[in-house]
Design a protein around this ligand. Structure first.
Ligand code: TXA
Ligand code: MG
Length: 411
């Protein structure tokens, strides 16, 4: 596996991008590249063999369609079967959105013309395709140099949390792909918002980097509705975006999510060693990772104090694994602390790893997937996560991913 680390000052950046672009034009093995949301696994969207390579590398079910990434509107208009310069080629409902949010973390659904330039594997048999113009300069340059639209899902192995650093891609796909362009940690940290403006009212199929509030401020989008399951509808509505029906964002560890439901900021308190005992009763013990003692991870946001109410020794910094990667490049959004986990009698019964993602929603989004992965590296049995409030901002995307990752949700 060849990694090309692209630093802003790097003289080799252009050469690396050019090699990757040339490789993409002919290869049937995809290339991992950074976007502002998460790392993508890209292939020429016009060649079936190349697109099949994406599904193979990820182990992705072939009925889950891919997003097509373009570097400019002319490239998109061509995909719509229209004149490159025809200003009316793109449905007018999207005009305000494109002006305001592109390039950026927004995916729009468009009619796929017949015949289409897109390989049929991109759309998984649907009559629409999802398109996005990413804002990451590396992503834009790569698409432009390749000269073809890039079909790209997130560059994780299917079912795993999305990758927000090159190391995450390597952890999942080493041996399955040949190139990763390393552009450092992703700025947004959760995937793009997917909208369907072809129906009335328009709907959000997946919450993401552009919030409901931002969408509502655009003409034609004042009444945009949710077509994804949130807290109130969990378990009810049938999935609309094909990707929704699959297991998603799941680390190896069991994830227990505490919904943030109390307006006064109270509640959702993690019961101390009762909880830990619970984890240990579960199937010898809830120990999924072959350790003799309990290993608990805590991801804190707003309400929990360090250790989150579990009995533990003073927590000490436990830097992310130096052998595997250097911190700064992996993700600057949090620090890991480590301490002994104790029962009420004061006996040490295991280890506790503590990550504080802080109060700022943007930073929480930035660090979320990385934190889940970091705890997985440390062979945690159970991860307790403190949820956050806010269905109109990027918190909606954070909670949507956490609800999918969780095997248990408590309020
Ligand atoms: O931020 C992102 O969107 C990242 C980066 C790499 O661009 N990509 C990404 O792709 O998250 P992926 O494949 O992991 O998620 C794409 C989502 C899936 O839920 C899929 O079902 C939905 O978009 N989707 C794609 N095409 C669609 C279509 N024609 N109709 C409905 N949903 C579609
Ligand atoms: Mg994905």
């Amino acid at each position: 596996l060849e990694e090309w680390r692209i630093l802003p000052s790097s003289k080799d950046a252009i050469a690396a991008l050019e090699s990757a672009a040339a490789y993409l034009r002919t290869s049937n093995t995809p290339v991992a590249f950074p976007t502002e949301t998460v790392y993508g696994l890209g292939a020429d969207a016009t060649r079936s063999a190349a697109v099949k390579g994406i599904y193979a590398a990820k182990g992705r079910p072939s009925d889950n369609p891919l997003i097509v990434h373009v570097s400019d509107l002319r490239m998109l208009r061509e995909l719509l079967g229209k004149n490159k310069d025809d200003p009316d080629a793109i449905p007018s409902r999207y005009r305000a959105l494109i002006e305001r949010f592109w390039p950026g973390p927004l995916t729009i659904l468009l009619p796929n013309p017949q015949p289409s330039r897109l390989a049929p594997e991109v759309t998984a048999g649907l009559e629409t395709f999802g398109a996005r113009m990413p804002s990451s300069p590396l992503a834009l340059s790569l698409i432009k140099l390749a000269g073809v639209p890039l079909a790209a899902p997130s560059a994780n192995a299917s079912t795993k949390p999305s990758p927000t650093a090159a190391q995450h891609v390597k952890d999942d796909l080493d041996g399955r792909i040949e190139f990763i362009l390393d552009g450092g940690p992703c700025q947004v940290g959760v995937e793009s918002t997917v909208v369907d403006g072809l129906c009335d009212p328009p709907v959000v199929l997946r919450p993401g980097g552009i919030s409901m509030e931002e969408l509502r401020s655009c003409p034609g989008w004042e009444n945009v509705a949710k077509a994804y399951k949130d807290h109130s509808e969990l378990g009810k509505a049938a999935p609309r975006a094909p990707g929704m029906k699959y297991k998603h964002y799941s680390p190896k560890a069991r994830v227990v999510l505490y919904e943030s439901t109390y307006a006064d900021g109270s509640g959702g308190v993690l019961p101390s060693d009762v909880e830990v005992a619970g984890a240990t009763e579960n199937g010898n013990t809830g120990k999924t990772n072959g350790h003799s003692s309990t290993r608990i991870g805590v991801i804190r946001t707003q309400r929990w104090k360090s250790g989150a109410g579990l009995e533990c020794d003073n927590l000490q910094p436990a830097p992310v694994d130096q052998d595997a990667h250097d911190d700064e490049y992996l993700n600057p959004a949090y620090q890991v602390f480590k301490g002994h986990l104790k029962n009420k009698q004061g006996d040490v019964i295991g280890e506790l790893f503590d990550i504080d993602l802080g109060h700022d929603t943007k930073r929480i989004a930035q660090g979320l997937f990385s934190a889940l992965r970091e705890l997985d590296r440390r062979n945690i049995d159970t991860i307790f996560v403190d949820g956050i409030d806010g269905e109109l901002d990027i918190a909606a995307a954070v909670m949507n991913r956490l609800r999918k990752a969780a095997s248990e949700i408590r309020s």
